[in-house]
Structure formats: C-alpha cells, structure tokens
Design a protein around this ligand. Sequence first.
Ligand SMILES: [Zn+2]
Length: 301
Amino acid sequence: MTTPPVCDYEGSDYQTSFWEKGGREYEDRTEAIALKRLLPTSGRLLLELGAGAGRNTPRYLGFDRIVLLDYSRTQLEQAQERLGKSDKYIYVAADVYRLPFVDGLFDAATMIRVLHHMADAPKALAQIKDVLGSGGVFVLEFANKLNLKAIFRYLLGRQKWSPFTPEPVEFAKLNFDFHPMAVRNWLKELGFKIEKTLTLSHFRVGILKRIVPTGILVFLDSISQWTGNFWQLSPSVFMKAKVVGRNAIPPREQDTILSYFKCPACGHSPLVEKENSLECSNCKKKWGVKDGIYDFREPVK
Ligand SMILES: [Zn+2]
C-alpha cells in the first residue's frame, strides 16, 4: 500500500532542542491556554496524534485514557519516560494515513503542530474523522500561510509564493503552511462542524520575545486568540471541530485495549494477542508489541 511520505522524528532531540532550549516558553504557554479553551474537561478516550515526547499530554488528564500516537518510536520512548507506564497511557507507533483503530472509537482527538508535516492533509483528516464517534471533538492546530509576515514579504516582493491562494505551501521539505479557508473546507467536506477558531502566536517576533516579559506576551496573546473567530492572520491557528451527522456507534461490549485496534493493512478487527505481537487473522500480518509500545508501522516477520 502506498501512502504519502512521512516526516520522521526518529532519533530526534526535538523535545530538548526546540522546546526546552529553544526559547519556546511563549508558544508553549499560549498553546496550553488554547487547549483549555477548546477541549472538553473530561471524557473517556482521547487520541493525541503526533504526541511526540508527550509535551501536551499532561493537559489532557481529565480523560480516562489517552492514546499517544507518533510515527517515531524514540519519541514515544521519551514520552514513556516522562509519563510512566500505566493503563492510562497507551503508546502507539503508527502512520496517520493508516490508523490502526476501529471506527468511531474516540470521543476526542488532538493534532498540534503535526498537519505542518502532512503532504496529503485531507487524507490524514479523513482517517481522524473515521476514528471519532458521533459528537466527537477534534482540536486541530495548523501553520497559517496567510500570516502578516508572509503577507508583507509577498507585497514587498521578498517572497515568491502568495499567501492568499488556497493551496498549501511547502517552504521546506515536508513542512507545509495552510490557508485557513482550505482547512475549513476540508473539515466541512468530511462532516465536521467548526465550533471555534483561535489564533495564536501573534507576538512570535524575535525582538518582542527578547525585550517583553513572557508573561505579558502570553497575556496579550490570550486576549488576541479570540479574534480568530473573525479573521486569521497569525502564524498558528487552532480549530475546534465536532463530528456531526454520523450514526451513533453502539457501545462496545468491552473496553479492553485490544478491542481498540484494527489491522492497518486490511482493516480487520479484532486482532489476536500473541507473545510480543498482535496478529490479524484475516491477512496474517503481525504487529509488534515491545516494551509497552504497539508498533503498526510495518508488520513483523
Ligand atoms: Zn490484516
């Protein structure tokens, strides 16, 4: 099966170099505020897509269980070190274009700073829609091509691509910025209703971050976030979308972790638990389970 190329953070020190030593406290705190405004405070099961090293996971603690999904196993190992092994966290290495979950499983999903790396965003969004139940909430962050800096650069002739056109721009390999209108249209076509839009990082300007105390910038950004319901000109946009018009899925008889999964190759469920793997009785592929991480990227031999 061919799927679009994946941006792989395997072996990356992204968590340390970008978040902990990269002067990103302002961005991190404004994201915490946006998540609080958009996510339900409690729920049964949440899917965190592109969880990385689990930076945002402690913000979802109102949920009974959280599935941390990432393409990179080493990122998940870092998350495991941070959050520990318990039944509350389920660690899954998988490709977002081939999600290994049964339909309608989750009551919420988040995808923060991940669409940014999607060569085929609508395909990924369709997968997410499938695994959300009726009324399921999806909080999506994306990088906005229609931001003030890009608009000025374009008008001054210092940037070739137009921020005004709907197609994504790949400004570096597997790094995309999106037009808010395009994202809205994809979500609507899939049957999502967009309930709220917040704009973030209005003050992501090097000189401001150096001279203005972070707390003040965070406060100003938290007020400015609400303007996102009217216009979106900041580099980062959060949307809260709800699944509408989907048939309610009957409650499942058992809420075991095994019952969550389907075979990402053929779609069959349930899988059969074997020693160190989950096996598909339909296509016979085996998916590895090692040190508390379910691995659905490639079948094991
Ligand atoms: Zn299968």
